[in-house]
Structure formats: C-alpha cells, structure tokens
Design a protein around this ligand. Structure first.
Ligand code: RNT
Ligand code: ZN
Length: 416
C-alpha cells in the first residue's frame, strides 16, 4: 500500500467518524500511549533458562514448529524483532525462570535482583518497561500444590520464592521509574475429587497474606484466577471466587486471563463488576479453543467486547494489558505479532465506538436507535485508522509484516 493512499483513506475515515462525534486522532494517540506487555514466553514455549525440566503445572504448548529461542540472547533478539513490527509502547513480561543465571543453577528460593540486572539494563536500552511473574511450575517441588501445600517445607519454599520475586519486581519498577506489575499465578489444584477444598484455599490465603506483608512501593501485585489445568481438572485452589474475594478484600489487582473461564461464559461482562471491587485489572489476552488452549489472540468478538467494556467503563488507566498464549505450531514470532496487533485492533475499535451517541440513545430509552448504531458502527472504516496508526509509527502496514517474518525465519530462526 502506498503512503499517499493510506493517508487519503485516513482522511476519509476521520471525517466519517467525526460525523458520529468520534475523534480518530485522539483514539490513535491513546492507542500509542497504551502499553502492551509482551509475554516473553511466546518465544520459547515457556521453557525459560533455569533447567531442562519440561513444562508442568497444567499448562501445555502444542506444536513443534522449528526455530524456538533456546537461550537469553535468542529470546532478546526475537522480542526485539517482534517489537519492530508492532506500533505503540511496549512492556516485556518476564517469568522468574527467564533470569540471567549465567549457566548456574539458581533455585527458586535463591533468586535475587542480580539475576535480572542484565534484563533491566537491556530493557532500558531498548525502550521496554518490565513486568514480572513468579514461577510455580516446572520444578521438582511444583507437585500439585505449592503455596497451598499443607507440608510446611514445600509451602515455605514457595513463599520464599514469591517474596523474592516481589523484591525483584520492585527493583525493576524503581529502575524504570514506573511500577512493575507482578503476577502471581499458581497451578495448585487436583486431578480428582478432593474433600478438603476449604483447607487448601485457607492455606493459600495465609501464604499470600504473608507474601504481601512487605511494603514495596515500586511494584504492584496481581493475582490470576483460573478454571482448571490439564491433569488438575477437578479442583483449582485459585478459582474465580477465591481470587475475586481475595483481591477485593486485600485491594489487589485481579488478573483476568480470557482463557480461564467456561467456554460459554461472557468474560467481558466481568470487567464492569470487578472494577467496582478491585483497584485495577491485569489482562492476559488469549484465545481459548474448547479449553484454555492458549491459541494466538485474534480480533474476535470476545476480544473486541473485552476492550469495549474497558473503554466504556473508562477504565483504561486502571487496566494493564498483557498477552498470554504460547503457540508452537506456527512461526512463533508471527504468532507474537498477529496476537499483539490483534489486541491493538480490538482496543482501537473500542476507542472508535460512537459512545457518546450510544449513551444518549440509551439514556433516552431509544432501543432501536442504539442497536442500529451499534450495527452500523461495525462497518465504519476502522481499517483505515489502524493502517494510519501503523504508518505513523513506522511499522509495516497491513500484511506487509508477513514477508518480514519470512525473511527473519530464513535468516535467523530456521538456522536454530
Ligand atoms: C496459566 C496462566 C499463566 C501462565 C503464564 C505462563 O494458565 O494463564 O498466566 O500462562 O504465567
Ligand atoms: Zn494467564
């Protein structure tokens, strides 16, 4: 597509949206300023650099497309390449197992800020802010229960790990002059029916209370809810009710992963309720297919609705947008870029909704008019605005990123 053509289309789109009271320049500005936290684990199928232990904890990557990043340099290289194809501001979401361990085995209860110093430096040099995650899976002590384990030795181990992770996140936040968002997700659950459902949740709450005791001004903690894990189908300690209740009573950020609900559940509708009771939301934008399969995020109704609800609730400033999927069946960087651009498309689409007019209709109880405008809004020239956003930010417009990824595959990832 030629630049002049993109600009011309944008002008037409701007006028059309203006007729409905929508300022496209402002929408583009907001989109540019809204960071997307790239999940480092898309580059290497959630392997990390701690050991060769496979993935556990009820999550699974499927596919064996060649070119997986195998070490810290390859992860960094791939992330930077992905970033070059994505407009706007970026954060990078690290897991504890991605520390710069220099080939030494550093156990989870020994991890320190020094293992992330090179990341902090790298992030600064490359225009990223960092987010962080403690890691409960893929370790000999993971088992089925970590922070909710009745065995004090195992439980203490994971408490120590999570406390250390919060300190690391705080150091990241301090260095970048912006709070680091640290997610706690533990896989704890049971494959089969259990009797002491209440007990494990009580232990989990006690562990979290202990972990959160330390005041750390440069980080924010969030807790992720889940429906079930693979091999842990009958019971999840950190269920929605647990996490909702815990976050509401402890003023903690709720992590909403769009893959973690019943398939027929309307996840976007949770936004407007949760925001009344928790201070902020952390989003893990994903795409479940039949189960929490972590397929690449696309611009589908679920994701569009999710961002609409956030914008309608005027809650963009209370939302942290991260991605969470791991697809090893197709080119991994391609998956990265598709999902991130799709997330931006959905946010842009929400920002371009003729909300003032729709609200006016709703207030006046004009049901037909509201539905009609919602329908017509679907075919407004949204694509022209998205193309302009990419052009303005000097990243490939439209499908132009496909050959770029093919080239990178040829020159870099296929040689791994
Ligand atoms: C698992 C959770 C969690 C992980 C990452 C790797 O179901 O979604 O967020 O995917 O921490
Ligand atoms: Zn998640």
């Amino acid at each position: 597509m030629k630049e002049a053509q993109i600009l011309k289309s944008y002008e037409v789109a701007r006028e059309r949206y203006a007729e409905l009271g929508v300022d496209t320049d402002k929408a583009v500005e907001i989109l540019e300023a809204t960071p997307i936290s790239l999940h480092c684990w898309q580059t290497d199928d959630v392997m990390g650099f701690e050991s060769d232990a496979g993935l556990s904890g009820g999550i699974q990557t499927t596919g064996n497309y060649p070119g997986r990043a195998r070490n810290i340099d390859e992860v960094r290289k791939d992330v930077l390449f992905a970033k070059s194809l994505i407009a706007g501001s970026h954060r990078l979401n690290l897991h504890e197992i991605y520390g710069d361990f220099q080939g030494k085995f550093v156990d989870r209860d020994e991890v320190e800020v020094k293992h992330f110093e090179s990341w902090i430096q790298w992030a600064k040099e490359n225009g990223f802010k960092l987010d962080f995650n403690s890691t409960s899976f893929g370790h000999p002590k993971s088992g089925n229960l970590s922070l909710s384990n009745p065995d004090p030795a195992i439980r203490e181990f994971w408490i120590e790990h999570t406390k250390r992770c919060r300190r690391i996140a705080d150091a990241m936040g301090k260095a970048q002059g912006d709070p680091c968002i640290m997610n706690i997700w533990v896989h704890d659950g049971s494959k089969d029916l259990i009797v002491d459902r209440h007990l494990y949740r009580r232990i989990f709450a006690e562990s979290l209370d202990e972990i959160l005791e330390e005041e750390l001004p440069d980080m924010k903690t969030c807790l992720e809810a889940k429906l079930f894990g693979i091999g842990l189908e009958s019971y999840t300690v950190g269920s929605h009710d647990f996490v909702g209740g815990y976050c509401a009573t402890r003023n903690l950020i709720y992590t909403l992963d769009t893959g973690h609900y019943e398939m027929t559940e309307n996840v976007s509708d949770m936004v407007a309720s949760l925001l009344l009771f928790v201070p902020e939301l952390m989003l893990h934008v994903s795409r479940p297919i039949r189960w929490d399969s972590d397929h690449v995020t696309i611009m589908n109704d679920q994701t569009l609705d999710l961002f609409k609800e956030i914008v309608r609730a005027d809650a963009l400033s209370r939302s942290h947008i991260g991605l969470d999927y791991f697809d090893a069946a197709i080119n991994r960087i391609g998956a990265y870029v598709i999902g991130t651009r799709a997330t931006q498309k959905c946010l842009l689409s929400a920002l371009l909704e003729p909300l003032a007019k729709l609200r006016e209709y709703e207030k006046a109880d004009k049901g037909f008019q509201r539905l009609a405008l919602m329908e017509e809004a679907k075919t407004l020239p949204f694509g022209a605005v998205f193309d302009y956003f990419n052009l303005k930010n000097e990243v490939p417009v439209g499908e132009a990123f496909i050959p770029e990824i093919e080239k990178y595959e040829q020159e870099v990832t296929s040689k791994r």
